[in-house]
Design a protein around this ligand. Structure first.
Ligand code: NDP
Length: 460
C-alpha cells in the first residue's frame, strides 16, 4: 500500500487473479460435467497468480485459455467380442493436450470410471509433470471405460487390439507416445504394441513400458514407485532425516504402490499397510512384499488373501480406514481423491510428517489445505510421481539409439532426475515467496517452461 492505495505490484496481481478466475469460470460454464478437470485446473491456475502477474503478455496472448484447451481430443468406439461370443462396446479416449515442448506423452487408463473429465484432468497434470522432468515431452493422456477385472487373457487381447485399431492413426514415435496407467501394465502394452506394429508395419518406440524382449527399458516397471521414494528421501535429507526407521502407510497395491514399498523397505522404512479397491491390510510387523507381489502380480488376486497367508496381519473391508493408522509418511498410490479433508486431519492428528503423492491427484483441495496448515511436507503428484514418465523418456532415447542401458545406469538417471525436480520445485516456491509450498513450486516451475515455449511458437 502506498498512501492508503494498493501498490502497482498489488494491483497487477489483483488484475491477474481476476483473469485467472475468469478463465476458470468460463471453463466450468463450457464443460459443466467435468468435476475432476475443474479440480485440477483450479489447483494449477490459482497457484500461478504470482507468475501471471509478472507476465501481462500472457493475458494478451490468451495463454491460459489456450493452456486449458486440449490441442486435440479423440474419442472412438471400441467393439470387441467376449469369451461367450457376446459383442461388447466401450469408449476409447486420447486427449492430446499440449505439444509445446515435445511430442504428447502420457499413459492409458483402463477403468470403468474413465470419462472425458478424468482423462482431461490427467492430461492437464501431465503437461506440467512432463515439463518438470526437464525432458522434451508434451502432455497427453488416454484410456477407456473398460474394466479389466475378471477378464480372460483372450478378452484383454481382443480389447487391446480393437482399442489400438481406433488409436493407431493418431499416434507415432514423434507425435504421441502412450504408456501404461491404472489397468494397463506390461501385458496390455504388449498386446497394444503388437497390434500397432501389424497395422503400421513399423517397429518403433511408439509405446513405452514395453517388455525387455521388444524394446523396453530396465527400471521402467519400478520407476514411478522408486522415483517417489527418491523424492521423499531427498525432501527428508534436506531436513536432516531419512526413511530408515520411519513408519509408512501406502494406499494401492498396483504398480506404483508395490515398487514404492520395495524401495522404502530397502531404505529401512517399515511399511505397515496397503490396499486394493476392496479393502486394506495392516501388518504391524511390516508388510511382506513378496506375498503382495505373489497375490497382485502373479495371481492377479485380491489383497484380502494376504491376511489369510501371513500370521498376525489384519484385513479390513473398505479403504478409508487406512488413513487412521498412525504413520510418519503417507504415500497415496491408488487413484484420485483418496485423501479428503477428514482423512488429512486424521493423518495430521496421528503425527504424519511427509505426504508423497504416487497417484495422480489423490488429495482433494481441502485435504491439501489441511496439510499446508499443519506444516506437513507435501510432495504433489506432478513432481513426486514423475519418475515413471521420465524413465519412459529414457526408454524412447534408447529406442532411437537402438541400444540398451544397464539397470544401474537407468536407475542413476532416475535418481538424478528426481533430485533435480525437487530442486526445481523448491527453487520456484522460494522465488515467489512460498518456501516449502511444493504445490505452488511444482505448478510454477512446470508452467514457466511450457508458457515460454507457447509464447515463442506464436498463436497456435
Ligand atoms: P495399477 O492398476 O497397477 O494399480 C492401481 C491400484 O489402485 C490397484 O491396487 C487398485 O485396486 C487400486 N485402485 C484403483 N482404483 C481404486 C479406487 N477407486 N479405490 C481404491 N483403490 C483403487 O495402477 P498404477 O499403480 O499404475 O497407478 C496408480 C496411480 O498412480 C494412478 O493414479 C496413476 O495415474 C498413477 N501413476 C502411475 C504411473 C505408472 O507408471 N504406472 C505413473 C504416474 C502416475 P484393484 O487391484 O482392486 O484394482
Amino acid at each position: 500500500m502506498v498512501g492508503g492505495k494498493p501498490s502497482r505490484g498489488a494491483r497487477a496481481k489483483e488484475k491477474q487473479v481476476q483473469y485467472i478466475q475468469a478463465v476458470l469460470s468460463d471453463l466450468k460454464q463450457k464443460h459443466p460435467h467435468e468435476p475432476e478437470f475443474h479440480q485440477a485446473a483450479e489447483e494449477i491456475l490459482l497457484s500461478l497468480a504470482p507468475v501471471v502477474a509478472q507476465h501481462p503478455e500472457y493475458e494478451a496472448a490468451a495463454l491460459l485459455e489456450r493452456f486449458v484447451e486440449p490441442e486435440r481430443v479423440v474419442m472412438f468406439r471400441v467393439p470387441w467380442v467376449d469369451d461367450a461370443g457376446k459383442v461388447r462396446v466401450n469408449r476409447g479416449y486420447r486427449v492430446q493436450f499440449n505439444s509445446a515442448i515435445g511430442p504428447y506423452k502420457g499413459g492409458l487408463r483402463f477403468h470403468p470410471s474413465v470419462n472425458l473429465s478424468v482423462i482431461k484432468f490427467l492430461g492437464l497434470e501431465q503437461i506440467l509433470k512432463n515439463s518438470l522432468t526437464g525432458l522434451p515431452i508434451g502432455g497427453g493422456k488416454g484410456g477407456a471405460d473398460f474394466d479389466p477385472k475378471g477378464k480372460s487373457d483372450g478378452e484383454i487381447m481382443r480389447f487391446c487390439q480393437s482399442f489400438m485399431t481406433g488409436l493407431f492413426r493418431h499416434i507415432g514415435q514423434d507425435t504421441d507416445v502412450p504408456a501404461g496407467d491404472i489397468g494397463v501394465g506390461g501385458r496390455e502394452i504388449g498386446y497394444l504394441f503388437g497390434q500397432y506394429k501389424r497395422l503400421q508395419n513399423e517397429h518403433t518406440g511408439v509405446l513405452t513400458g514395453r517388455g525387455l524382449s521388444y524394446g523396453g527399458s530396465l527400471v521402467r516397471t519400478e520407476a514411478t514407485g522408486y522415483g517417489l521414494i527418491y523424492m521423499v528421501e531427498e525432501a527428508m535429507r534436506r531436513r536432516g532425516e531419512g526413511l530408515a526407521g520411519k513408519t509408512v502407510v501406502i494406499s494401492g497395491a498396483g504398480n506404483v504402490a508395490i515398487y514404492a514399498c520395495e524401495k522404502a523397505q530397502a531404505l529401512g522404512a517399515k511399511v505397515v499397510a496397503m490396499y486394493d479397491s476392496d479393502g486394506y491390510i495392516y501388518d504391524k510387523s511390516g508388510i511382506r512384499l513378496e506375498v503382495v507381489k505373489q497375490i497382485k502380480e502373479a495371481e492377479r488376486g485380491r489383497i484380502k488373501a494376504y491376511a489369510e497367508r501371513v500370521a498376525g496381519a489384519e484385513y479390513h473391508e473398505g479403504c478409508g480406514g487406512v488413513w487412521a493408522i498412525p504413520c510418519d509418511v503417507a504415500l497415496p498410490c491408488a487413484t484420485q481423491n483418496e485423501i479428503g479433508e477428514a482423512a488429512a486431519k486424521l493423518l495430521v492428528q496421528n503425527g504424519v510428517k511427509y505426504v508423497g503423492e504416487g497417484a495422480n491427484m489423490p488429495t482433494t483441495l481441502a485435504g491439501i489445505d489441511v496439510f499446508r496448515g499443519a506444516g506437513v511436507v507435501f510432495l504433489p503428484a506432478k513432481a513426486a510421481n514423475a519418475g515413471g514418465v521420465a524413465t519412459s523418456t529414457l526408454e524412447m532415447a534408447q529406442s532411437s539409439m537402438r541400444l540398451y542401458w544397464s539397470f544401474e545406469e537407468v536407475d542413476a538417471h532416475l535418481k538424478k532426475i528426481m533430485a533435480e525436480i525437487y530442486q526445481r520445485i523448491d527453487d520456484a516456491a522460494a522465488r515467489y515467496g512460498k518456501r516449502g509450498d511444493y504445490v505452488a513450486g511444482a505448478n510454477i516451475a512446470g508452467f514457466e517452461k511450457v508458457a515460454a515455449a507457447m509464447i515463442a511458437q506464436g498463436i497456435v
